[in-house]
Ligand binder design. Structure first.
Ligand SMILES: *[C@@H]1O[C@H](CO)[C@@H](O)[C@H](O)[C@H]1NC(C)=O
Ligand SMILES: *[C@@H]1O[C@H](CO)[C@@H](O)[C@H](O)[C@H]1NC(C)=O
Ligand SMILES: *[C@@H]1O[C@H](CO)[C@@H](O)[C@H](O)[C@H]1NC(C)=O
Ligand SMILES: *[C@@H]1O[C@H](CO)[C@@H](O)[C@H](O)[C@H]1NC(C)=O
Ligand SMILES: *[C@@H]1O[C@H](CO)[C@@H](O)[C@H](O)[C@H]1NC(C)=O
Ligand SMILES: *[C@@H]1O[C@H](CO)[C@@H](O)[C@H](O)[C@H]1NC(C)=O
Ligand SMILES: *[C@@H]1O[C@H](CO)[C@@H](O)[C@H](O)[C@H]1NC(C)=O
Length: 504
C-alpha cells in the first residue's frame, strides 16, 4: 500500500508536475496536515507536543506524558500507547471527528448561532450562518423565516452578507446575518435560515419570561476544537441544556484556537468550531468576549463571525459591550485593548457601570467577563496575575466601587475561585452582602492544560483545580431571595468540583 501511494505520487508528479493543494480541502485534513510535520499521515507525541507549544509559546514545553494522557482521554481510540510509539493515524482522527468536517452540500446553511442585543427585552434576536465555498456570495438572496408554531413561518427577514479571506490557503465562504424582530416575551420561536436553493433544519429558542425567578447561564473560556478537548466540553454543555436549560452561553475569550502560534490562522478550524457548538448556539444566544487567540489578522475572524451588541450599548464592535438578561447586567470588557484610565474603553466602562447602578432594581446583579485574569495563582505568566499587575490595579477598585458581584475570566487553563478580601468572614461558601466581588478563572473549556500552581496557595485563592469543564451560574431573584449560585462542573464525571453562592 505505501509503495502504491509512493508510485502513484511519483507518476502523478511526473505527468502533471507539482501537485497543487486543493483550495477547498476538508477542514479536518488541513488541520491534521498542519500538525503532521513529517507528513507520514500519523500524529506522534512529539508532533503534538510541538503543536501545543507553538500555540502557547509563553508556556513551558509540555511534558510528553501529559500530551499522551490528554489525547488518550479525548479520542475514542489511539494506537501504541507508549511514548516512542504513540500515534494517531489519519483514519483514526477522521473517524473520531468526522461530524466536524465539511458537510456534503455547500448550499446548506451551517454554523448557525444566535446572539442577543442590548435591550434586555429579547424583542429581537440576531442569527448568523455560513455558506462555504467559492461562489457562496452569488447565491439567491437569503432569509430567516420564523414563527410561533413549528413548520409555520409567518415572518421573514432578509439577511445581509459579508466575507473575509485570511488564513493559510485563504477562506472561501460567506457569512449571513439576519435579525428576528418584534419577538414577544416568554414565547417559543421556530426558525429556518437559507434561500431558494436550500433551507436549514428547523431550530427553536424561547424568549425570556419576565415572570420566572430563575435563570441559568453556562460560562467558560479557552475552548478550541478537537486537539484536545473543546469538543468534549461543548458536548457537556449541550447535554446539560436538556436538563437545566440555559438562558445563554457566555464564552470568555479564546474561542476556536484556529491560530497556529505564528502570525497565521487555519481558517477551517473556525468552521470546525462553528459546527461543534451549533447544537447549542442555534437554540441559545451565544455571547462572547475577546481573547488573545482571536487577535490574528487584526481580529478579522472574530469581528466577522459574531455580532455582539457593541453599538447598542455604546461600546465598540464585538470588543466591549454590555447586555441584560433578566436580573443580570453583563459587561464584556476587552483585556486585549487599551483599558488604561485615559482610554476610550475605561471611559465607557465607568459610564456603563454608572448606568447599570441606576438600574439596580431591574438588574440587581452585575457580572463582568474579561479574558485575562485579574488574579490567578497559575505559575505561568504569574507576574501579570498578581495584585500589583496592571489589569488588577486599573479595574478592580472600579468593580468594588460599583458593587460588581462576580468577575469571570479565562486565559489560564484552570479553575480558580478568588476572594480578595480578608476582613469579611465567609461561611459555607456563601457570600452574603459582601463588599468585594468574587473572581473566577474558568479557562477550562478544552484547550490543552500545561499548568502548575504556585505554592503555597495565596491567601486570596479559595479553591483551585485543573480539569476540563464549565461554570453554571444560576441566578434566582424574587420577593424572597436574590441569589447567584455558581457551580464548576467537571467534564470527565459531570460532578460539581466547587460551588458558592452570592446573596444580596
Ligand atoms: C450579498 O450582499 C450584497 C450587498 O452587500 C448583495 O448585492 C447580494 O445580493 C447579497 N447576496 C446574497 C446572496 O444575499
Ligand atoms: C409566565 O407567563 C407565561 C405567559 O407569558 C405563562 O405561559 C407561564 O405559565 C407563566 N409562568 C409562571 C411561572 O407564572
Ligand atoms: C485593526 O482594526 C481596527 C478596527 O477594529 C482599525 O481601526 C485598525 O486601524 C486596524 N489596525 C490595523 C493595523 O490594520
Ligand atoms: C436601564 O434600563 C432601561 C429601561 O429598562 C434600559 O433601556 C437601559 O438599557 C438600561 N441600562 C443599562 C445600562 O442596562
Ligand atoms: C509584584 O509582586 C511580586 C511579589 O508579590 C513581586 O515579586 C514583583 O516584583 C511585583 N511587581 C511589581 C511590578 O511591582
Ligand atoms: C489582607 O489583605 C491585604 C490586601 O488587601 C494584604 O496586604 C494582607 O497581607 C492580607 N493579610 C493576610 C493576613 O493575609
Ligand atoms: C450550605 O450551602 C449549601 C449549598 O449552597 C446549602 O444547600 C446548605 O443549605 C448550606 N448550609 C447551611 C448550614 O447554610
Amino acid at each position: 500500500m505505501p509503495l502504491c501511494i509512493l508510485v502513484c505520487f511519483v507518476l502523478t508528479t511526473l505527468i502533471y508536475g507539482k501537485p497543487i493543494r486543493q483550495i477547498e480541502e476538508a477542514p479536518l485534513r488541513v488541520f491534521f496536515r498542519h500538525i503532521d510535520l513529517n507528513a507520514n499521515d500519523e500524529l506522534d507525541a512529539y508532533e503534538l507536543q510541538h503543536y501545543f507549544h507553538d500555540i502557547e509559546p509563553d508556556d513551558k514545553v509540555p511534558d510528553l506524558n501529559q500530551v499522551i494522557r490528554t489525547m488518550k482521554r479525548t479520542m475514542k481510540q489511539v494506537t501504541n500507547e507508549h511514548e516512542q510509539h504513540f500515534s494517531i493515524s489519519w483514519q483514526q482522527f477522521h473517524g473520531n471527528f468526522i461530524e466536524l468536517d465539511s458537510i456534503a452540500d455547500n448550499n446548506i446553511p451551517q454554523q448557525i448561532h444566535l446572539s442577543l442585543l442590548a435591550d434586555g427585552t429579547w424583542s429581537s434576536m440576531v442569527v448568523i450562518w455560513i455558506l462555504k465555498g467559492i461562489g457562496s456570495e452569488h447565491q439567491p438572496s437569503s432569509f430567516v423565516r420564523y414563527g410561533t408554531a413549528s413548520g409555520s413561518y409567518i415572518y421573514t427577514q432578509a439577511a445581509t452578507n459579508r466575507t473575509y479571506d485570511v488564513g493559510i490557503g485563504g477562506w472561501k465562504g460567506t457569512i449571513y446575518e439576519a435579525r428576528m424582530i418584534s419577538l414577544q416575551p416568554c414565547q417559543i420561536y421556530y426558525y429556518r435560515v437559507g434561500n431558494a436553493k436550500a433551507w436549514s433544519d428547523e431550530y427553536s429558542f424561547k424568549t425570556d419570561c419576565s415572570n420566572v425567578s430563575t435563570r441559568v447561564f453556562a460560562v467558560m473560556g479557552d475552548m478550541g476544537t478537537v486537539i484536545p478537548a473543546g469538543h468534549l466540553v461543548a458536548k457537556q454543555i449541550t447535554e446539560d441544556h436538556r436538563t437545566t436549560p440555559f438562558t445563554s452561553v457566555v464564552h470568555v475569550g479564546d474561542i476556536s484556537y484556529a491560530g497556529t502560534g505564528s502570525s497565521e490562522e487555519i481558517a477551517e478550524v473556525w468552521d470546525m468550531w462553528g459546527r461543534q457548538v451549533e447544537p447549542i448556539s442555534s437554540i441559545v444566544p451565544y455571547m462572547t468576549n475577546v481573547g488573545n487567540h482571536e487577535a490574528y489578522y487584526n481580529y478579522t475572524a472574530y469581528r466577522n463571525r459574531f455580532r455582539m451588541p457593541g453599538p447598542e450599548s455604546l461600546g465598540v464592535d464585538n470588543f466591549w459591550f454590555s447586555f441584560n438578561t433578566g436580573p443580570v447586567h453583563w459587561i464584556s470588557m476587552s483585556s486585549q485593548h487599551d483599558y488604561s484610565k485615559d482610554s476610550v474603553q475605561y471611559a465607557w466602562l465607568v459610564n456603563d457601570l454608572i448606568k447599570a447602578t441606576q438600574n439596580r432594581t431591574q438588574q440587581p446583579f452585575i457580572i463582568v467577563v474579561t479574558h485575562r485574569p485579574l488574579l490567578c495563582s497559575d505559575e505561568s505568566e504569574l507576574e501579570q496575575h498578581l495584585p500589583n499587575s496592571t489589569l488588577f490595579k486599573t479595574v478592580y477598585s472600579l468593580f468594588v466601587k460599583y458593587q460588581v458581584q462576580l468577575i469571570i475570566t479565562g486565559h489560564m487553563h484552570v479553575y480558580e475561585r478568588i476572594f480578595y478580601d480578608n476582613t469579611t468572614l465567609i461561611t459555607n461558601n456563601t457570600y452574603t452582602n459582601v463588599r468585594s466581588p468574587v473572581i473566577v478563572v474558568q479557562g477550562t473549556g478544552g484547550a490543552f492544560d500545561n499548568d502548575k500552581w504556585i505554592q503555597p496557595q495565596p491567601w486570596w485563592s479559595k479553591s483551585r483545580m485543573i480539569a476540563y469543564g464549565y461554570g453554571r451560574v444560576t441566578v434566582s431573584v424574587d420577593e424572597t431571595q436574590r441569589r447567584l449560585h455558581y457551580e464548576y462542573l467537571l467534564e470527565h464525571d459531570r460532578s460539581v468540583y466547587d460551588q458558592f453562592s452570592i446573596v444580596i
